[in-house]
Design a protein around this ligand. Structure first.
Ligand SMILES: [Ca+2]
Length: 130
């Protein structure tokens, strides 16, 4: 059974894949109307180009500490590109993010990229189902 995309970043990436006819096997798209708390679901973040390898996608886990602060912040597949192609430090050590309700705010890097002991991103903006 296909699993729902639980990250808005995944949702966005999958929307792009859907438009190109390349929805990833094992996943299905969900409608925005299923998001219970749009005010708490991130849709956009500053990036290097036009996408992010979502750190909450099991395919892109954070395993490297590129900024040397003792916490993982980057996936291993692209060790020359910090923060999975996002720019969470670009605005005075924070990022401007757009939530699904349409509001925009700056979120501090240390909050947005915080991981738990299992190296999972903990900020609620990264998840649709919380
Ligand atoms: Ca780090």
């Amino acid at each position: 059974m296909p699993q729902a995309c639980l990250s808005p970043w995944m949702w966005f990436n999958h929307a792009m894949l859907r438009d190109s006819g390349q929805v990833r096997a094992g996943f299905t798209l969900i409608k925005m109307s299923r998001v219970q708390r749009p005010v708490d679901a991130m849709m956009y973040i500053d990036t290097l180009t036009h996408y992010v390898y979502s750190p909450v996608d099991p395919s892109y886990p954070l395993t490297l500490d590129m900024d040397g602060d003792g916490a993982v912040d980057t996936m291993g597949a692209y060790p020359d590109t910090p923060f999975n192609f996002a720019r969470p430090t670009v605005h005075n050590n924070g990022a401007n993010v757009t939530l699904m309700d349409g509001h925009v705010e700056r979120v501090a890097y240390k909050a947005l990229w915080k991981v738990n002991t299992a190296r999972k991103v903990v900020h609620s903006y990264s998840y649709l189902d919380d």
